[in-house]
Every structure is written in structure tokens, then in C-alpha cells.
Design a protein around this ligand. Structure first.
Ligand code: PRP
Ligand code: ZN
Length: 302
């Protein structure tokens, strides 16, 4: 019987429960993966691919991949960059590779201060205490700006540090901004822009597993491409074609089909690599198009 401990199966680390979990499993499902995961189970067994998901703390993902416990990992750049700087500070040269930046989990590491604190630029941080769970990224930022400040390293609940008198400002992750708002903190400076990235082990992956890594990458690219893509169909007089082609957003070469019984009219079908907004449809109509139809694209393979 095949099990998740099988060395011929790929192991991909994802966040156990948090902001990124659903986005990550959603991406993999869109790549065709069917997996079963019992309640409270650490492993999601891939039923139709030799790929298993390991549900772990996001902070552990870089180590698991760097140490080749997992072949692949999906992790926020914020966590990855903090680890990378920490390893370098401890004399370990990181060897993992980023395979793909992915278009989700966007957030930023930012400096925030109590609403009532005066702010006249980064210099206002001089001599202050800043609480964070990202001491290495913060330290690099402060050095870059020539600021001397005390970094108060916490393991969580950073947003309440100013209220408890433990710090004057914080450096924390901001996604929607609601945590800051709830704690009467004001975002003043971006330290790092983050999104999810797919990373791989520095150790060679065996050929059979490599083939699956490549297939997965191709499918991820396909999923990323169709996210914004639309299939558009319309009718138009031949004479309006130059104007219509100009209006179709991000489409290379539309298919032109003659319309039975209407020698001067054609049907135009095109894949648009961008979202098609009402404004575009209105412009197309004004240019002579009719019978406009916009469809979502589900899968795409170049
Ligand atoms: C971050 C951060 C804040 C919150 C901000 O935690 O520590 O608490 O998200 O999000 P908001 O701007 O939408 O309110 P995260 O969920 O990444 O968990 P972790 O840092 O404990 O891994
Ligand atoms: Zn975390």
C-alpha cells in the first residue's frame, strides 16, 4: 500500500491554519490535486498524484525545505526573508530556490505607531523601542535608514505591546489593516512587500518526482494565467475590425469567423489576458460590435 512516508512521493509543506491555508489548498485543487485529510491530521494524502501535503506552522516551512524534509513549500515572503536573514546571521548560507512567486497572500510588513504619537518620517523612530516578530528584517530596514532603535523581539501579540508599555512602535504584518485599527495604531512605513512563493529543496529531487514538479509548475502557471483571463465573443462589421482589435484587452490574435448569409459581417472570438470591464464592452459596442459575450476561462495550456 502507498503511504505518505513513501520516498517516491513529493512532500509539500503548507501552513496548518491561518491566512494562507485556504489559498494554498485552493491553488493545488485547481492544479488537479485531490487529497484527503482527516480531522486534525498533519498530512493530506494526494489521491491522484504522488504528492502529499504536510500541514505545519508557517514559520517552520523554510527550515523543512532547506533541510530537505520537504521537497517543496508554499510560504509567505515575509516568513522566508526573516529566516534567510537569520540563517545568514548565524553563518548558514541559504540554499533553497524560489520556483515561483504566486499571486496571492499579498500583505506587507509595516511600521505602525500609536495614533497619538507624532510622526515626521522614519527619523521619528530614532531611539525608540519597536516590537516585532521579524527582528532580522526590521534590523536591516533600520540600518538601511541609519536609525538606532531598540528591537523588542516578541513571539506574538505584537499589536498590544505599545498599550502594555513594552514598546513605542511595532513592526508587524498588515493585510486588511483591521488589526491595526482595532488597536488604535497607525501604519506609517512599509518595510517589506510580501506574497506567497513556492520554494524547493536545495537537494536534487529524483527523476520521477522531478517530472511531477514540472507538471505541477506548468499547471500552476496555467492557473495563474487564467485567473484574470476571459474569453470574449462578438459580432461585427468587417470594416470595424481594426478598431475592435485595438479595444480587446491583452489578446494576441483573435479568431475571425465568417457569418453565414452576411458577407460583410464576422464573428470575433478572443482570449483576453486581462479582465474585461463594462467600459470595454461599451466601447466595443460603440465601435460597431453586437451580440457580445464574455466567458470565464477555466484552464489554459500554452
Ligand atoms: C498577521 C499579523 C496580524 C494580522 C494582520 O498574522 O500578525 O495579527 O495578520 O492582518 P490584518 O491587517 O488583516 O488585520 P498572521 O495571520 O500572518 O499570523 P502569524 O503571524 O501568527 O503567522
Ligand atoms: Zn506564523
Amino acid at each position: 500500500m502507498m503511504s505518505a512516508a513513501d520516498p517516491n512521493r513529493l512532500k509539500l509543506a503548507v501552513q496548518k491554519s491561518g491566512r494562507l491555508t485556504e489559498h494554498c489548498t485552493d491553488l493545488l485543487v485547481r492544479c488537479g490535486l485531490k487529497f484527503s485529510r482527516g480531522k486534525d491530521q498533519l498530512v493530506g494524502f494526494g489521491e491522484n498524484m504522488p504528492l502529499d501535503l504536510l500541514f505545519v506552522r508557517d514559520d517552520d516551512i523554510p527550515d523543512l525545505v532547506e533541510e530537505d524534509v520537504c521537497d517543496l513549500g508554499l510560504v509567505g515572503l515575509n516568513v522566508l526573508e526573516e529566516k534567510r536573514l537569520e540563517w545568514i546571521a548565524r553563518g548558514h548560507e541559504p540554499k533553497f530556490t524560489i520556483l515561483r512567486p504566486l499571486d496571492f497572500g499579498r500583505c506587507r510588513l509595516a511600521i505602525a505607531i500609536p495614533e497619538e504619537m507624532a510622526w515626521s518620517g522614519i527619523a521619528s523612530l530614532q531611539g525608540k523601542r519597536i516590537a516585532t516578530t521579524y527582528p532580522y528584517v526590521l534590523d536591516r530596514f533600520l540600518k538601511k535608514h541609519g536609525i538606532q532603535a531598540d528591537i523588542v523581539t516578541l513571539s506574538g501579540a505584537v499589536e498590544i505591546a505599545p498599550r502594555l508599555g513594552r514598546a513605542d512602535a511595532i513592526c508587524d504584518l498588515v493585510s486588511t489593516g483591521s488589526t491595526l485599527l482595532a488597536n488604535r495604531l497607525r501604519e506609517v512605513e512599509t518595510v517589506l512587500e510580501s506574497q506567497v512563493v513556492l520554494i524547493r529543496t536545495p537537494v536534487a529531487i529524483d527523476p520521477i518526482k522531478t517530472e511531477w514538479v514540472e507538471r505541477l509548475l506548468m499547471r500552476i502557471d496555467g492557473v495563474q494565467q487564467v485567473r484574470e483571463s476571459k474569453y470574449i465573443m462578438l459580432h461585427a462589421p468587417r470594416s470595424a475590425l481594426p478598431a475592435i482589435r485595438q479595444l480587446l484587452p491583452g489578446s494576441e490574435s483573435p479568431t475571425i469567423i465568417p457569418l453565414e448569409g452576411h458577407p460583410d459581417r464576422v464573428a470575433v472570438h478572443a482570449v483576453c489576458r486581462e479582465n474585461v470591464f463594462w467600459e470595454t464592452l461599451e466601447s466595443l459596442k460603440a465601435a460597431g460590435a453586437s451580440a457580445l459575450l464574455v466567458l470565464p476561462v477555466e484552464k489554459m495550456l500554452a
